[in-house]
Design a protein around this ligand. Structure first.
Ligand code: NDP
Length: 289
C-alpha cells in the first residue's frame, strides 16, 4: 500500500476551500485531495487547478451524507492506509434575507456545519497518522462571546462551553437542545444568540478543544487540531461583500494545516485570519475582520 502523505480539503470546489487547495498544492509534500459534494463542480475545480500547473486529485464528499463520508473513508483506508492533513472547510449559511422559519434554519445549519463536520471527524480520525494536522474553519462569530441571549442563561451556556471537562456527548446535547428551543421559539430565553450560523460555529470551536484533549491522550504522537476565523472573504457565502480575497482567506487555514512536527503552542487553539492566536473564552478578538 502506498505510503504517500495525504491531505484532504472539504468543500474545496470554490471560495476559501479552493484557495486552500492552491496553497496546499504548492506547499504540502504529498497528494492533495479536493473534495466536493457535487462531482461536476469538483472536477471542474480540479481542471482549473491543473491549468495552473497543480496536480490535485478528486473525490466526492458530502459532509451532510453519512454514506458519502463512509465511502470516502473506506477509499482512503484501502488506497493509502492513512491521512495526514484534514481541512474541514465545507460550510453553509442562510442568507440574511432567508424566509425559512428560525427552527428550520437551526436544524439545517447545525446538522451541516456542526454534525456534518463531526461525522467527517468520526470517520477520518481513525486514519490519522502520527503528526497529523486537522483544521476546522470556524468564524469570528464562532467566538464564545457570541453566545449572548438572555442572562443569566447565556452565562451558564458560556461556562458550560468553556469548561475544560466538557465532553463531545454534552456538546452534541447542547447543539440538539439549541435546535429544539429554536423550533419552540424560546432560544433567546434559553441564552442562545439569534444566529443559527453563529451557534453552529461556536459548536465547531468548542469541539476543537475537546478533540485536542482526546488527541493528547492518543497513542499516535503529535496529533493536532486547531480552528480559525478565515477573515471576511469575498465568496458566494458572503454574497461577495467580504473585503478579503479567497487567497487571503486561505492564509490561516493553510498555515494551521502545515504546522511543523511537535508544535507546542497551537494545539486546540482558535486563531484569526492573520494568524493571531485569540483566547476563545475571554477574548478579545482582534477585529475588524
Ligand atoms: P462558499 O459558499 O463560497 O463555499 C462553501 C463550500 O462548502 C462550497 O464548496 C460548498 O459546496 C461546500 N459545501 C456546502 N455544503 C456542503 C456539504 N454538505 N458537503 C460538502 N461541501 C459542502 O463559502 P466560503 O468559501 O466563504 O466558506 C468556506 C468556509 O469558511 C465555511 O466553513 C464558512 O462558514 C467559513 N467562513 C467564511 C467566511 C467568509 O467571510 N466567507 C467568514 C467566516 C467563516 P457547493 O459549491 O456544492 O455548495
Amino acid at each position: 500500500m502506498a505510503s504517500t502523505r495525504i491531505c484532504v480539503v472539504t468543500g474545496a470546489n470554490k471560495g476559501i476551500g479552493y484557495a486552500i487547495m492552491k496553497e496546499m498544492c504548492q506547499k504540502f509534500d504529498g497528494t492533495v485531495y479536493l473534495t466536493a459534494r457535487d462531482e461536476g463542480r469538483g472536477n471542474a475545480a480540479v481542471a482549473e487547478l491543473r491549468k495552473l500547473g497543480y496536480s490535485p486529485k478528486f473525490h466526492q464528499l458530502d459532509i451532510d451524507n453519512i454514506d458519502s463520508i463512509n465511502t470516502f473513508a473506506e477509499y482512503l483506508k484501502t488506497t493509502y492506509g492513512g491521512l495526514d492533513v484534514l481541512v474541514n472547510n465545507a460550510g453553509f449559511a442562510y442568507k440574511r434575507a432567508a424566509t425559512e422559519p428560525f427552527g428550520e434554519q437551526a436544524e439545517n445549519t447545525i446538522r451541516i456545519n456542526y454534525f456534518g463536520t463531526l461525522n467527517v471527524c468520526h470517520a477520518l480520525f481513525p486514519l490519522l497518522r502520527p503528526h497529523a494536522r486537522v483544521v476546522h474553519v470556524s468564524s469570528c462569530v464562532g467566538h464564545l462571546s457570541y453566545v449572548k441571549g438572555n442572562e443569566p442563561q447565556a452565562s451558564e451556556l458560556r461556562s458550560k462551553l468553556a469548561s475544560p471537562t466538557l465532553t463531545e456527548e454534552e456538546l452534541n446535547e447542547m447543539m440538539n437542545d439549541f435546535v429544539r428551543v429554536a423550533e419552540e421559539g424560546t432560544w433567546e430565553e434559553e441564552g442562545w444568540q439569534s444566529s443559527t450560523y453563529s451557534v453552529s460555529k461556536v459548536g465547531v470551536s468548542a469541539l476543537t478543544r475537546i478533540q485536542q484533549r482526546a488527541f493528547d491522550e492518543d497513542s499516535r504522537p503529535d496529533l493536532v487540531v486547531n480552528n480559525c476565523h478565515p477573515g471576511y472573504v469575498d465568496t458566494d457565502m458572503t454574497s461577495h461583500q467580504g473585503p478579503f480575497t479567497i487567497e487571503e482567506g486561505a492564509v490561516c487555514p493553510s498555515y494551521l494545516a502545515l504546522l511543523p512536527n511537535d508544535v507546542e503552542e497551537l494545539r486546540g487553539a482558535y486563531l484569526w485570519s492573520k494568524k493571531e492566536v485569540v483566547d476563545w473564552v475571554n477574548g478579545p478578538t482582534p477585529g475588524p475582520y
